[in-house]
Structures are given as C-alpha cells and as structure tokens.
Design a binder for this molecule. Structure first.
Ligand code: PRP
Ligand code: URA
Length: 209
C-alpha cells in the first residue's frame, strides 16, 4: 500500500491557518498555497538519488553530492493545482509541466475531463500530481489513471488538505502512488466540501467567488 505522509511542519501549519481563514484574500491565498507547495516539495523529493562529485573550493577539494540525473515532471490538476506550480519550480526549476483539466460535476461529484497534455519525454520522468484538495478523491484518481497511460517512471500525489474519504479512495485505486498532504481533515459535507477545509480552492486562488 502507498505511503501517506502528513507534513505537520510548524511553518506549514502556520500557513494553513492563514489559507483556511475566510477573510484571507486571493493575493495572499495564492502566495501561501505556493509557499506550502514549496515546503512540501522538500519532503516529497527526500528520496531523490545522489551521486558523489568533487568540487574545488577556494581552499581544497570537497567531496559533494549532486542529483543523479533524476528528471521530474509536475502535473497540476486544473484549475487549483496551478497554484502549486511556482512553489515547486522555485526548488526544481527543471521540472517539466503537464496539465490535466478536470472539474467536479456539482450534482454527481464525479470528475469531468476536458484537457490532458503531458511532456513528450514523460516516460523518463518521475511525476508529482498537484491538487490542493483531495475531497472524494475522484479527480485525483481520474488524473492519475490518465497519467499512467503515458507510462511515467513513477507517480506521487501532493495535496494540501485531504478528507479521510478521499485519502482512502485514492489509496485503494492507486496503491502504488505515495501521497503527501499538509492536513487530514474531518469529513465531507453533503455537497462534497471538506470540513473544515478552506472552501473552493480554485475560486479562492482565481477570485471567482
Ligand atoms: C476541486 C479541487 C479538486 C477537486 C477535488 O476542483 O481542486 O480538483 O475539486 O474534489 P474531489 O476529490 O471530490 O474530486 P473543482 O472541481 O472545483 O475544479 P476547479 O479547480 O476548476 O475549480
Ligand atoms: N474542492 C474544493 O475546492 N474544496 C473542497 O472542499 C472540495 C472540493
């Protein structure tokens, strides 16, 4: 079964309080979503392989370590996943970006797919799928099913807030995908919103409320 990591670092917890607050405006919300993604990227890339190299400092030769040619791709689920891209790129500027367009039908809560574009060399890359909200899990499950058709080397999922229902569904559907989240909330309400959550992430990022 997949690993689930809930990153309860104090900086992330502090930033979560700000984005949960309904008084936080779009500009600050966007900034903080990106900052949380950057901090979570640190955790999600902990297993990147290294190779030993030598570097000449002004004083002597130092035995150092470099990343061992591991290539990454990030795949935001539109729209809200876009808010996490800059934060990851700040740490891994070479990561290529694929896009998956999905929205959740408000009646059925099932994902409706409208776009999919992956980097051409995705078979050589390790993918991190980005979406701040893992509610029923339908969108993440569908996105990962689509990405698997392109045969990437590996797939991880990075969210910010998860509901227990979505976490369980994603683990069951894709037991090979490790999951990183900043918070595991209480439950889903009757409209499929995470409680306490932060509301509609896409609307808060793009100001479409
Ligand atoms: C939100 C969110 C996830 C999805 C999560 O997107 O960003 O993609 O809902 O819900 P689920 O786990 O039940 O599938 P939404 O459908 O609101 O689209 P948007 O990002 O374009 O607003
Ligand atoms: N999508 C969101 O943006 N928020 C939720 O709470 C659930 C789904």
């Amino acid at each position: 079964m997949a690993n689930v990591v809930i990153t309860n670092h104090p900086l992330i917890q502090h930033k979560l309080s700000i984005i949960r607050n309904k008084e936080t405006g779009s500009k600050e919300f966007r900034t903080i979503i990106s900052e949380i993604a950057m901090l979570m990227c640190y955790e999600a890339t902990r297993d990147l392989p290294l190779k030993e190299i030598e570097v000449e400092t002004p004083i002597a030769v130092a035995k150092q370590h470099d990343l061992d040619g591991k290539k990454m791709a990030i795949v935001p689920i539109l729209r809200a996943g876009l808010g996490m891209v800059d934060g990851i790129h700040a740490l891994v500027p070479s990561a290529k970006v694929g896009h998956i367009g999905l929205y959740r039908d408000p009646e059925t809560l099932k994902p409706v797919s409208y776009y999919c574009k992956m980097p051409l060399d995705i078979e050589e890359r390790d993918v991190i799928v980005l979406d701040p909200m893992l509610a029923t899990g339908g969108s993440a499950i569908d996105a990962i099913t689509q990405i698997k058709e392109f045969n990437p080397r590996s797939i991880k999922f990075m969210g910010i807030i998860a509901a227990p229902e979505g976490l369980k569904a994603l683990q069951e559907a894709h037991p090979d995908v490790d999951i990183y989240c900043a918070a595991l909330d209480d439950h889903l309400d009757e409209r499929g919103y995470i409680v306490p959550g932060l509301g509609d992430a896409g609307d808060r990022i793009f100001g479409t409320i």
